[in-house]
Design a protein around this ligand. Structure first.
Ligand code: GLC
Length: 647
């Protein structure tokens, strides 16, 4: 085992598993709030040591003279002992041997991470590095990559437009605190909304544009807190009825609740939702991927790489990766998921291998490749990441891409081919090509389809997946260019009165009935079914800056700037052209506000954008060509990679 987790299980009868911040206990070194320490509540009165699936149960009293002999450290933990000193020992013993398997941690004698959560006299919930290095975390001004200093940002704010100033005010008003520290932003802050459902929670995916706005604005504390607190929630015991979802899963959202514990003491608790309360019980597959993407962005934009180097952060990162890379029955390198496992978190016929998940998966793998500490223990995982990246980009570039030429090929496909050399590998019946597509596809341009399964191509255009393919270079440079050409050529359909449509076209009639299950929220051209989502602006801006199409982004942002403040920052717009505020749209939706701010800041400082996107990686292409070559299909060389893998 590479982890020692010491988790206090309180004697409370509460069955809630929540992270608690007490306002009555003494201060702790690791806690950012002086009067706050955190406790993990479960039902039994004993400690657990080990990874969540392999706990070693010890009587409560054993804490007081607990000798970790099995790890041969001779480390004695006493009730009055300052855990920071243990952290120091732990960190100095840090072994560069990260395991690729969560399961085998218990048997491993390496001591790589101490992970302490609450307890009587137990101070930090996660032991922080408290060495000199930690104290000298580079400030924003120190960033060698040219990050603007706080004072410059403040000056820039003076030059902000009216809409930007309002957006900043609203974004700050949406901040959620835990134990006196900012940890995220609520999904929506609509004072008129009497039934906020879960919109009063901090959603992982929704927080990303808020985090970027804060980082670009020179405020990094909230992002660091968010990353560390959500990391805590990752190792939660979670159950949906009698089933426990996989280790490493990140919640869709969390809420800070105030609860009365004993006597008059009020405690703050972090209450995560892993999908067990979510409408439709959808799996938040994208949460972990966004968490990884944000972790990298934090390092890039602040210059503080010590966060990603921490042992607990490295372990959390590996847990997400292990969950994503676990073998299953899949025949494809793309990630197999259930319906509604991403931004579209309702039934919309996107189960299987939806593009959005693949693009986020690809980005998260690229981020991890940069952030994982390379050592003996991580070499297998890094190899697995490289192989998956190559296979995934080949798969998407080759099989998801459509343009005039490709549609014409599909139109003439032969079917029922049984052989290794089949042209129509997925047995797509040409009759599947929808009539709308024949008229819609422009001469110039193309896009990546929404989903690919045996005998099934979902030809709908999904904006987030296509934009994120550009940003991460999942598409080839030519494909990325062509996607923006298509968006420009089809502006009346995708941008129109409010950029941008979440997908195009909408499902209607029988298709709507069968595919959405007659969902009244997802009627044609509303919400996820062809609604327009201003939050997508920031991803569009980023993609445009990357591809040198800044004017296109400016046009979209200007359009949004005119309407959003007047319309009170809605979550989404309805109708074919995005004319009306969405039927059930929340107002003062935070990711609308922060998406707008992030777009504006990226446009003002386009050089910052380069820290948030990726260029083509020829090394990965080469791995891919080599792999194909082994199967006797293609020549193996860098040149072949450039010319043959669709560059
Ligand atoms: C809706 C969206 C989802 C978002 C949530 C909170 O459910 O579909 O993507 O995270 O609202 O804003």
């Amino acid at each position: 085992m590479n982890t020692i987790a010491i988790i206090r299980n309180s004697a409370t009868k509460s069955s809630r598993r929540v992270l608690i911040g007490s306002s009555t206990t003494s201060s702790s070194l690791a806690s950012p709030h002086p009067k706050c320490h955190r406790t993990l509540l479960t039902t039994a009165n004993h400690f657990r040591i080990g990874s969540a699936k392999n706990f070693l149960y010890l009587p409560f009293s054993s804490l007081f003279h607990f000798r970790i002999n099995s790890w041969q450290l001779g480390l004695v933990i006493k009730p009055d002992e300052d855990f920071s000193s243990i952290a120091r020992v732990a960190y100095s013993l840090s072994v560069r041997n990260f395991s690729t398997s969560v399961e085998n941690r218990v048997n491993n004698t390496n001591f790589e991470r101490i992970y302490v959560q609450g307890g009587v006299n137990l101070k930090p919930h996660v032991v922080e590095r408290v060495d000199e290095e930690e104290k000298s975390v580079p400030t924003i001004e120190k960033n060698s990559e040219g990050f603007v200093s706080v004072s410059v940002v403040e000056k820039a704010r003076v030059e902000d437009s009216e809409a930007e100033r309002e957006a900043w005010r609203l974004l700050k008003g949406a901040v959620v605190s835990y134990c006196g520290n900012p940890v995220g932003t609520v999904a929506a802050n609509d004072p008129g909304d009497k039934t906020p459902l879960n919109y009063d929670q901090v959603f992982i995916r929704d927080f990303v544009p808020s985090a970027l706005a804060f980082l670009l604005g020179g405020e990094s504390e909230i992002v660091k807190n968010f990353l560390l607190h959500t990391l805590q929630l990752q190792s939660w015991e979670k159950t949906v009825d009698c089933y426990s979802p996989g280790q490493g899963l990140m919640p869709a959202s969390f809420k800070v609740r105030t609860v009365a514990l004993d006597g008059d003491n009020l405690e703050e608790v972090l209450d995560p939702d892993f999908g067990e309360s979510a409408i439709g019980r959808v799996a938040p597959v994208d949460s972990g991927l966004w968490w990884i993407i944000l972790l990298r962005a934090y390092g890039k934009l602040t210059g503080d790489y010590s966060l990603q180097e921490r042992v607990d952060v490295q372990t959390g990162l590996k847990m997400i990766l292990n969950l994503c890379l676990t073998d299953g029955f899949d025949m494809f390198p793309s990630l197999l998921v259930t319906d509604g496992s991403c931004m579209i978190d309702r039934r919309m016929g996107i189960h299987g291998h939806p593009l959005e998940i693949q693009a986020l998966f690809y980005s998260a793998l690229r981020c991890s490749r940069e952030m994982l500490a390379a050592n003996e223990g991580s070499s297998n995982l890094i190899r697995a990441i490289n192989n998956r990246l190559s296979a995934l980009s080949f798969h998407i570039r080759e099989y998801y891409w459509v343009d005039m030429k490709k549609i014409n090929e599909i139109y003439r496909y032969k079917t029922e081919e049984y052989s290794m050399d089949a042209t129509n590998k997925f047995n797509i019946y040409p009759e599947q090509i929808p009539l709308w597509l024949m008229d819609w596809i422009p001469e110039e341009g193309g896009y990546l389809i929404g989903n690919l399964q045996p005998a099934h191509m979902d030809f709908r255009f999904f904006t987030l997946g296509n934009l994120w393919s550009i940003v991460s270079s999942l598409g080839t440079p030519r494909q990325n260019e062509a996607i923006l050409n298509l968006i420009e050529a089809k502006w009346d359909d995708l941008g129109s009165h409010m950029p941008l449509k979440i997908c195009y076209p909408a499902l209607d009639n029988e298709e709507w009935r069968i595919i959405t299950g007659s969902d009244p929220k997802n009627t044609p051209w509303s919400y996820h079914n062809g609604g327009s989502w201003p939050t997508l602006l920031w991803q569009f801006t980023l993609a445009c800056i990357k591809m040198g199409r800044i004017e296109l982004a400016k046009k979209a942002v200007a359009l949004a700037e005119k309407r959003l403040p007047i319309d009170l920052w809605p979550e989404y717009y309805d109708t074919r052209t995005g004319k009306f505020i969405g039927k059930q749209s929340r107002l003062y939706q935070t990711w609308t506000i922060s998406g707008f701010l992030t777009s504006k800041m990226l446009l003002k400082k386009p050089e910052m954008a380069s820290m948030l996107f990726w260029e083509e990686d020829y090394e990965l292409l080469e791995i891919c060509v080599c792999a194909l070559n082994k199967s006797g299909r293609r020549k193996c060389s860098r040149g072949a990679a450039r010319s043959q893998i669709l560059v």
